[in-house]
Write a protein that binds this ligand. Structure first.
Ligand SMILES: *Cc1c(COP(=O)(O)O)cnc(C)c1O
Length: 392
């Protein structure tokens, strides 16, 4: 189909929940994408942090192809090998206790919230169930994770929302202390607020929050859906904050393109969700786990993680050295970067970049967000930087 045909069918047959850019993507190779008209783009989006190994990655495609021909799905009433391989890799790489597999970030967060509330119920009984999240956070689109999201604009239309959430100001430990009362069972944070604007939390605030939680047996939940799986230059972002969370949620980059999420629980919380308390049909299916296994085999290697740090630094330096007065700041870690610009000019920059062959995302009110595939090449980075120089 041509772009026009695809666009017309989309308008007729799909619910209009997204504002789409006027191109239809057709295929990709590495960090390069091609649209249906044959135009080429450097991909600085990874489909919002998903295609961690880029497009048409040989290791990933062969793992998926092999598994698709063997067994794509089996229900969770039976054992399958790929899920245990991935779980073992995640546990051994993190020192966490056990894993539950879900299918998306929001679902992983739902699992994390359920786990935290049951932990508290088991130890302290009813009434201690509130979860403190941060203002400007984003945790998903289900009725519960919308309420967990600390932005008013997400608390519309779908009433009644799940009760038991309150919001502390990011990087304000006094506000956090005020909010953490006897009704609180957990604090849930993103270490770099992704959708909120690529806003890294202060290290001191995170350390003090972790300390505060530990003292009251309040669980520290870290949403690494966007920051996890090598994105920031370490397998998990929490490693760079030198904290040990009680529960971690992941998704996006884990499957390299197929939908998979997971909840990682520390030893203390590993056995809270027993038989019959939680489940999902697709969770941990062999196809998605074969993909996650291939992604982790690559991303867990120290040289790979070092390359992410190096590329992140290179891009950040390259962007700053453009020396354009239009660029106010570059925020972020590893290959999760936000170029801060005038909010009124942002949409124009994004269009101009696309026009000249570079795809980017936005976040918050003022950031152009970059989440390139972790395998982006030197040549692809240089091409993108040359276009940015022109545009800014
Ligand atoms: C994307 C995202 C989610 C939601 O993930 P879905 O797979 O879209 O449900 C949750 N938390 C964070 C931090 C995210 O970036």
């Amino acid at each position: 189909m041509t772009f026009q045909e695809i666009k017309e069918k989309e308008e007729t047959y799909l619910m209009h929940t997204y504002g789409r850019f006027p191109i239809a993507l057709d295929r990709g190779q590495g960090a390069t994408l091609f649209d249906t008209e044959g135009k080429q783009y450097i991909d600085l989006t990874s489909g919002i942090g998903v295609n961690s190994l880029g497009h048409n990655n040989e290791t990933l495609v062969s793992a998926l192809t092999e598994q698709a021909g063997r067994l794509m799905h089996a229900c969770n009433l039976y054992y399958t090998e790929p899920m245990v391989r991935v779980a073992e890799k995640l546990v051994k790489a993190t020192g966490m206790g056990k894993v539950f597999f879900a299918n998306s970030g929001a679902e992983a967060n739902e699992g994390m919230i359920k786990l935290a509330r049951k932990y508290s119920f088991d130890h302290y009984g009813e009434g201690r169930n509130k979860i403190i999240t941060l203002k400007q956070s984003f945790h998903g689109r289900t009725v519960t994770t919308l309420k967990a999201t600390g932005q008013e604009k997400f608390h519309q239309y779908f009433f009644p929302f799940t009760e038991g959430f309150d919001y502390a100001a990011a990087n304000d430990i006094e506000d956090m202390k005020k909010k953490v009362d006897d009704s609180v069972c957990a604090v849930m944070i993103e270490l770099i607020q992704g959708e909120g604007g690529v806003l890294p939390l202060d290290k001191d605030f995170v350390a003090e929050t972790a300390e505060l939680c530990r003292g009251k047996d309040i669980l520290l939940l870290v949403d690494e859906v966007q920051t996890g799986i090598g994105r920031t230059g370490s397998l998990f972002c929490y490693e760079q904050y030198r904290i040990q969370p009680d529960i971690v949620s992941i998704a996006k980059g884990l499957g390299g393109g197929v939908p998979i999420g997971a909840v990682l629980a520390s030893e203390k919380c590993a056995d809270v969700l027993g038989a019959g308390t939680h489940g999902t049909t697709f969770g941990g299916n062999p196809l998605c786990c074969a993909a996650a296994d291939a992604v982790l085999s690559t991303v867990c290697q120290p040289e790979f993680l070092e390359s992410v740090c190096r590329k992140g630094e290179y891009l950040k330096k390259g962007i700053l050295s453009i020396g354009s007065g239009k660029i106010r700041e570059v925020r972020g870690m590893g290959l999760m970067l936000g170029i801060v610009v005038d909010p009124d000019e942002r949409a124009g920059f994004v269009s101009a970049l696309m026009e000249k062959g570079v795809l980017v995302l936005t976040a918050g009110t003022d950031a152009i967000r970059l989440l390139p595939p972790l395998v982006i090449s030197q040549e692809e980075m240089d091409k993108a930087l040359a276009v940015m120089k022109e545009v800014f």
